[in-house]
Design a protein around this ligand. Sequence first.
Ligand code: PLP
Ligand code: TYF
Length: 396
Amino acid sequence: IFSDVTLAPADPILGLTDAFKADTRAHKVNLGVGIYKDEAGQTPVLKSVKKAEAILLETEMTKNYLGIEGVQAYNLVVQGLLFGENSHIVSEKRAATAQAPGGTGALRVAAEFLVRNTQSSTIWVSNPTWANHQNIFETAGLTVKEYRYYKAETHDMDFDAMLADLSQAQAGDVVLLHGCCHNPTGIDLSLTQWAQVAQICLDKQLLPLFDFAYQGFGAGIDEDAQGLRTVAAVVPELLIANSFSKNFGLYNERIGAVTVVAEDEKSATNSFSQIKKTIRANYSNPPAHGGLIVSTILANAELRQEWETELTEMRLRIAEMRTLFVNSLKAEGVEQDFSFISRQNGMFSFSGLDKQQVARLRDEFAIYIVGSGRISVAGLTKNNMPAVCKAIAQVL
Ligand code: PLP
Ligand code: TYF
């Protein structure tokens, strides 16, 4: 039975981590996978998380199963982060949230819910987008189409092309939108542009599916949710897959959530019952620890403040690295204009380096970035910056 199974290609991002680990050069630098590193090049557990875990160690009395939807208190705090406190969507019970194993698990549940319960069978994703999107959606049974998003010549958004492509979508089609800190380009819509996207979704009856994996890494917790809130104020129905892998540093706890927003409470209840059915068939109910950590932190004013401070530190360090990156490239004699790097949001920078240059960085300099030219700026430090900029100057 297994002898006919063929070898799958390595994942474009996680495969890179494997190659990095196998590299024996001491000076190697991993700027591939999107993991936040501090100034010392480490990814330590947040202090607020450690404190929440200490509380849980004392107070947790059972490892009994959670319900299908996970930790209830967690699902409520997720809605607070997404829609803001005092949201009409929440008070009118138009939103229902289920804890999910990471943003990835949430995306998969959302996609499978659509395939099994609605007429929506096509999803439009940005070109480029996170490499796993196509994989997740096609595996769930959706047809994936692309809308243009990025203009390589200007290192900027191609909003006219995005609108032109979305105007080709059919009623019922799904539009995948990155809530903030677009992966891989780091280029986000302005609030005016979000309003235009909301309008086209409303006019053409398109269903927005938000992938919200970097809340707090752009401009702030509420600031980064403005796109989502703008769209949610206009369209009656949407889906949201959010992740706390990055903003709580809970990568391996696999903690995210899937949220459905419906026209009214009845429709939300019905949709949520089908989302729970999808979860039951996939993993029955989520692991508890990540949900308990997040809900413990957000329910405690002191811990919440400490988390927000830690999140701000991460955001500001990345911003500092962007400026230093641009200046260091200049100092290394690079004449090309890289100032666009300091205008991009989130963990990544779409450098414009081509496949050959990326390969040279890896082979000659032990610097690992994704084949598309995406650099994880969150992995740059004052220590590795000079070597990285010297190498880039060489390959350009
Ligand atoms: N969506 C995007 C765009 C991402 O970049 C990521 C993580 O890198 C995710 C979703 C989900 O991550 P996780 O499943 O680790 O929460
Ligand atoms: O760097 C990226 O874009 C992501 C990171 O389960 C990642 O692919 C790694 C593992 C995972 C989800 C996302």
